[in-house]
Design a protein around this ligand. Structure first.
Ligand code: BDP
Length: 323
């Protein structure tokens, strides 16, 4: 028999054997809906943490950004208002500039190339820097390959983007990228993009295929230009406030659960990318593959030059370019 007595956010888990474990409920933030690879991987993280800590840490997952938009959640995790979250590298790069290297267009060939770095020394260095900023990385998730999609006209070349109003994440590097395409960047919270597309306040947005499909953007923005312009990571993070309260054994449990959830996420991700693309194609979405990335890359030259000259990023960039 098992009974739980809750009071003031702290509860006692009483096992039938008579032992009592102080139970600590934790709150986790997530932007995606049920069934999405990130959500499912976070659920599995929560279950494994509970099992590895004998029920001491119970993580309640708040999905769909119900606790607030991503830039707000980044601050909430920093202050310890929430304990666990899954963030894209774009908002995180505003707190740890070295991460900007991971959002540069056309830096990685594919996810395998990206994870070669993230699962190695570079990932450790970035995790160290994130920790100093208030975020303990317990798993690197796949942020996928992002492409542009528009509702007003087919896009078949970089020059077709000129003058388009393009939604971007609230992040410097994305804003700069869109300006270099001679388009107008408009920062809109993720959950409001569909509405903005419907009301024609924006012409286009850019994202990976699972986001394009799960948000329903594909029902409005029917022209996809498959640029795969940004291949970037996401991170499952724990607040340093919580981390400082954990014993070494508990930290090991969170890390193990985080790494296992990352492996699950990456596996679910690849299947979801294919499924999302199929759903959109069956619905009549027009996909145009980018034949030659050179004109797009040429336009990005000032961006590369700027970040290569930035001492906070140069080291990361060079180590990626080297292998
Ligand atoms: C999705 C990311 C999510 C971002 C969103 C966006 O998973 O974290 O908030 O893109 O574009 O792919 O805002």
């Amino acid at each position: 028999m098992l009974s739980i007595v809750r009071s003031c956010g702290l509860a006692l888990l009483v096992l039938s054997a008579g032992t009592a474990v102080a139970q600590t409920p934790l709150r986790a933030w997530n932007i995606h809906p049920d069934g999405y690879p990130v959500t499912e991987a976070m659920k599995s993280f929560a279950a494994e943490v509970a099992s590895l800590t004998a029920g001491k840490y119970t993580i309640e997952l708040f999905s769909n950004a119900v606790l607030g938009d991503q830039p707000k959640a980044v601050q909430m995790l920093k202050t310890g208002e929430i304990d666990v979250a899954e963030f894209s590298s774009a908002p995180l790069s505003d707190v740890v500039p070295g991460l900007k290297a991971f959002n540069l267009p056309f830096l990685f060939i594919d996810s395998a190339h990206m994870f070669r770095h993230l699962d190695g020394r570079l990932g450790e260095q970035l995790a160290e820097r994130l920790k100093t900023a208030g975020f303990v990385v317990v798993g690197w998730y796949d942020g996928g390959a992002r492409s542009f999609y528009c509702g007003n006209k087919p896009i078949t070349a970089a020059k077709d983007m000129v003058g388009q109003k393009i939604r971007v994440q609230q992040s410097e590097i994305y804003i700069e990228m869109v300006k270099l395409l001679e388009a107008t960047p408009i920062s809109v919270p993720y959950k409001e993009v569909l509405d903005n597309l419907q009301q024609k306040k924006i012409d286009c947005a850019e994202n990976n295929m699972p986001s394009y499909e799960s948000t329903g953007h594909y029902k409005v923005a029917r022209y996809v230009y498959l640029t795969n312009h940004v291949i970037s990571p996401e991170a499952l993070v724990v607040s340093t406030k919580l981390w400082s309260k954990l014993s070494e054994a508990e930290r090991a449990a969170f890390k193990k659960a985080g790494q296992n959830s990352a492996l699950l996420m990456r596996d679910l991700w690849n299947k979801r990318v294919a499924a999302a693309r199929e759903i959109a194609a069956k619905d009549g979405v027009q996909f145009v593959a980018m034949k030659d990335p050179a004109p797009f890359i040429r336009r990005m030259a000032p961006l590369y030059a700027k970040y290569m000259a930035d001492p906070a990023i140069r080291g990361e960039l060079l180590s990626i370019v080297a292998k």
